[in-house]
Design a protein around this ligand. Sequence first.
Ligand code: ZN
Length: 229
Amino acid sequence: MKRRDFIRIIALSLASIPFRSYARDRKCVVLDDGGCSRKSIANLEKLVDVPVTVAVLPGSGYQRQTLNILRQYKNADVLLHQPMEPINMKERGLSIGQFGIYNSYSKKQAIETLERSIDALDYPIVGMNNHMGSLVTQNMGLMSTIAEYCAEHSLILLDSRTISTSVMYDAGIKAGAKAYRNSCFIDDHLSRLYSFSGVAIGHIQNTDTVNRYHSFAKRHDISRISQLT
Ligand SMILES: [Zn+2]
């Protein structure tokens, strides 16, 4: 082996080993339903000194106030929290509002709705995830369309996994988007903060979640979603 090749191999192994383990260790908690209530504002204000990733509902009552706070934070990422049709929506008395993507939508309607949501936030978002959506996230046609849009616009696509048969993450990977999937919801299992890896989801209106996240983030390494590799 030539000396030059030997040096190259050493350099490659030194460069790759620590980087990979560092990347794998990074974790992020996305706080969903940003803008939904006055309580969500009070909770958000507690997070000024830790990294935060907030998914904001387009057109929500406290959207503007939420984004004004996040704009002042040095360490904050914003995702669009895109409403999508869940299973048995009407029977369950649920609604996804004027910014929702319905399962009956054509690809064109889905993109138009997505763009209206993005315009409604009027903020430099880093990506999107789904609000509800247990029906639409199983629809490969619509998920591919949305994933391709995210890949084209360099937006992160986070599958909230409101149903285990969601195909959003797979569509994202196939489209070449920077895609992640929720590993667990933490609101009712706050000790999972210590054990999960990758991305987990909590809710900003849940005061216990926010308090626990804050104390966790003060003591442990936690990333914004755009810092994951
Ligand atoms: Zn939600």
